[in-house]
Ligand binder design. Structure first.
Ligand code: F6P
Length: 320
């Protein structure tokens, strides 16, 4: 394993740069060469690739986004697209691949490994934290902190105006961001796809609070559970409360990564290189109970990450 390729794919996540830095520097530490592939699988197909050195990753550990850029490539989902990428594996003499991204990117990596037998190690980089086999993915902690920061600010104005605020957060089909940020931000209600909550139920809770003199509320809605705008309109219609909706959108994905994400990314990126050098193939790096582990990629792509329902119930108890 002399030459390793690295790419970031799918939605960017804060900490991806720290992961790239770790991959590049750990590979060089072990005397290996590293090729950076730009724009994810799209750049792999187009040969948008070049060697990286220690200086290529200088001054990036604190930066959000990814210096390698990213994309969601339709072409790589086709056998023709993957054949073009394999041409570039040969042309650039790659003997292993590190893929930093989410579940869609991992499925692409798995398919590529099956067809061309090129060793692949995936690193979970997605704010959604929806990857099985790992407690955390890179970027989740930063995204949650971004949301909590927004909740704090919105709470100031919600209290002043005695309003009900609905905050829609990302997460695709997962409620992890909503749950973690809702618990940390003291939200009164958290709507997640894993445990549907009816509008009537929310209105009953709001009315109960109102009778006790609670005149403002924060409701966190995971995008996979409902549309924040619709939730706001329905609550207003049923209760007559002054509702305001904020859709946080892509600001959740930006900004300087937290120390937790930088450390996680550094550990995972370094482990990915170690795994390739040790001859591992078709694996993902994970973190389980604080330990960095190697997980079978087939199991990861076939599985579904379960939400921590104890945490969900705790948030409910504490928000009474
Ligand atoms: O997977 C990360 C994520 O930010 C999801 O939470 C969100 O649904 C999606 O990507 C948005 O994708 P895009 O940036 O392509 O609009």
């Amino acid at each position: 394993m002399q030459r390793i390729g690295v790419l970031t794919s799918g939605g960017d996540s804060p900490g991806m740069n720290a992961a790239i830095r770790a991959v590049v520097r750990k590979a060089i530490y072990h005397g290996r060469e590293i090729i950076g592939i730009k724009h994810g699988f799209a750049g792999f197909i187009e040969a948008d690739m070049s060697p990286m050195n220690l200086g290529s990753v200088a001054d990036i550990i604190h930066r959000g986004g990814t210096i390698l850029h990213t994309a969601r490539s339709e072409e790589f989902t086709t056998p023709e697209g993957r054949a073009k990428a394999y041409e570039n594996v040969r042309r650039f003499g790659l003997q292993g691949l590190v893929i930093i991204g989410g579940d869609g990117s991992f499925r692409g990596g798995l398919q590529f490994y099956r067809e061309y037998n090129i060793p692949v190690v995936c690193v979970p980089g997605t704010i959604d934290n929806d990857i099985p086999g790992t407690d955390y993915s890179i970027g989740f902690d930063t995204a949650v902190n971004n949301v909590v920061d927004a909740i704090n600010k919105i709470r100031d104005t919600a209290t002043s105006h005695e309003r009900t605020f609905i905050i829609e957060v990302m997460g695709r089909r997962s409620g992890y961001i909503a749950l973690a940020a809702g618990l940390a931000g003291g939200a009164e209600t958290i709507m997640i796809p894993e445990h549907p909550t009816s509008i009537d139920e929310i209105c009953r809770k709001l009315n109960r609070g109102y009778r006790r003199g609670k005149l403002h509320s924060i409701i966190i809605v995971a995008e996979g559970a409902a549309s924040g705008l619709e939730v706001g309109a329905k609550i207003k219609e049923k209760t007559g409360f002054d509702t305001k909706v904020t859709i946080l959108g892509h600001l959740q994905r930006g900004g300087t990564p937290t120390a937790y994400d930088r450390i996680l990314a550094s550990r995972m990126g370094a482990k990915a290189v170690e795994m390739l050098i040790n001859g591992e193939k078709c694996k993902m790096v994970g973190i389980v109970s604080g330990e960095i582990v190697s997980v079978d990629l087939e199991t990861v792509t076939a599985g579904k990450k379960e939400l921590d329902m104890d945490m969900y119930h705790l948030a409910g108890i504490l928000s009474i």
